[in-house]
Ligand binder design. Structure first.
Ligand SMILES: NC(=O)c1ccc[n+]([C@@H]2O[C@H](COP(=O)([O-])OP(=O)(O)OC[C@H]3O[C@@H](n4cnc5c(N)ncnc54)[C@H](O)[C@@H]3O)[C@@H](O)[C@H]2O)c1
Length: 371
């Protein structure tokens, strides 16, 4: 018998640009002509039923007129569609239309589209290049950057997916103008999360400019788009695969993701994160890392952003406690949480360890206190 060694050590450079601007369709076209997808002509534009008419069709005709073979693939809008089944349906459609390894994927939409299309691109024909053209504040603030792609399952959100980096991210701030108010608020939750975990100055900016942001003032929107990306990519550059530091981006998500699922997606992602941020602020205060005044400032800012501060009636609290165990940070059967250290920082419990075990009873008490 023999033992053969397959040498596969490699140096990978997955660096990419994030471009933030107002109306970036022409820029995307110019980048594709300049070889962003290494000359690939077959382009699958993946979008949802709302974004199709707003931006998808226009992009498709622009790319087709420029000589690309661009086709639209559309699925019904909503978190309930971010599933393995939708991914499989889209994959079959691409295959039937003759798409193979020589194609590229353009995700046009919010976080549901970028998560799903990025996952599809990462597995289609064992991986084809993709870009994110982010059209929501939430996807601009968080989902489109960082290379986490995933779908939800009946048990929990985002458990099945890949780390797969886009070739470029386009953040079109113009697109926020067509967003319903509730979606603007949802995106502000991830923005407030970034301020809570990384920047007291950004938190103050949000306190001072909340009205302008809710009115989609271009200058304020462009500022938060940049600040969100800066905070997120600085974390991702240090820990792409979440082996330590990247856990800080989970602030508010341990409880948030559980509420999102238990509510049957009646709450938007950002709304669930808002409640999660408050739950985790209460925990931070209990552990002595946050003052009552700081906790009140966080609540006040979330409420001014139009976000919920309490768990809605009708959500089964015990089911919520149980759902916490589907969180990816759970280790040896114990719940773990990221903890805020004042406004603008998180606690590092040991070198490179940014979450701490919390007893179920403590988590239960906090959940019941947010009613
Ligand atoms: N990958 C990550 O790192 C990461 C981070 C945070 C959140 N997420 C994921 O992001 C998702 C939430 O993102 P989302 O809030 O953007 O969801 P979404 O994609 O469902 O968009 C929200 C709604 O806005 C509509 N829409 C999109 N752009 C529009 C526009 N310009 N004008 C009008 N309507 C528009 C969509 O059709 C949808 O109905 C969740 O699935 C969450 O898990 C991922």
């Amino acid at each position: 018998m023999s033992v053969l060694q397959v040498e596969l050590k490699k140096v990978v450079d997955d660096s990419y640009e994030i471009e933030i601007g107002f109306g970036l369709e022409e820029k995307l076209l110019a980048d594709l002509k300049d070889g962003l997808f290494e000359g690939r002509k077959r382009l699958a534009l993946i979008t949802d039923s709302n974004v199709k008419g707003l931006y998808g069709e226009r992009l498709q005709s622009m790319l087709s007129e420029a000589g690309f073979q661009a086709e639209l693939f559309v699925f019904p809008a909503g978190e309930q569609q971010k599933t393995r089944e939708t991914k499989a349906r889209l994959e079959d459609e691409l295959l039937e239309k003759g798409f193979r390894r020589d194609c590229g994927v353009i995700a046009v939409g919010g976080g549901v589209v970028t998560d799903l299309a990025g996952f599809l691109a990462g597995t289609f024909a064992r991986g084809v290049p993709f870009v994110n053209y982010a059209t929501t504040l939430l996807s601009a603030a968080d989902a489109s950057v960082g290379g986490k792609t995933a779908v939800d399952t009946p048990l929990a959100t985002n458990l099945i997916g890949l780390f797969y980096q886009p070739k470029k991210v386009y953040i079109d701030v113009n697109a926020w103008k067509t967003l319903p108010k509730r979606q603007i608020s949802s995106g502000l939750a991830e923005t407030i999360k970034h301020a809570c975990l990384a920047s007291p100055g950004f938190f103050e900016y949000l306190e001072e400019h909340m009205e302008q942001l809710l009115a989609c003032d271009p200058e304020a929107c462009a500022y938060i788009a940049e600040e969100n990306c800066r905070i997120k990519y600085q974390v991702v550059m240090q820990d792409e695969r979440e082996s330590g530091l990247r856990e800080v981006l989970n602030l508010g998500h341990t409880v948030g993701r559980a509420i999102e699922t238990v509510s049957g997606y009646q709450l938007l992602h950002g709304e669930a994160v808002s409640i999660g941020l408050l739950a985790e602020a209460a925990l931070s205060r209990r552990l002595g890392f946050l003052t009552e005044a700081e906790e009140k400032r966080i609540l006040a800012l979330l409420e001014r952003a139009g976000l919920p501060g309490k768990i809605p009636a009708g959500i089964d609290r015990e089911a919520l406690v149980k759902k916490l165990y589907t969180d990816k940070k759970v280790r040896d059967g114990r719940l773990r949480f990221v903890v805020q250290k004042g406004i603008g920082a998180v606690v590092e419990f040991a070198p490179g360890v940014f979450s701490t075990p919390v007893e179920e009873q403590a988590a239960r008490e906090i959940i019941f206190s947010l009613s």
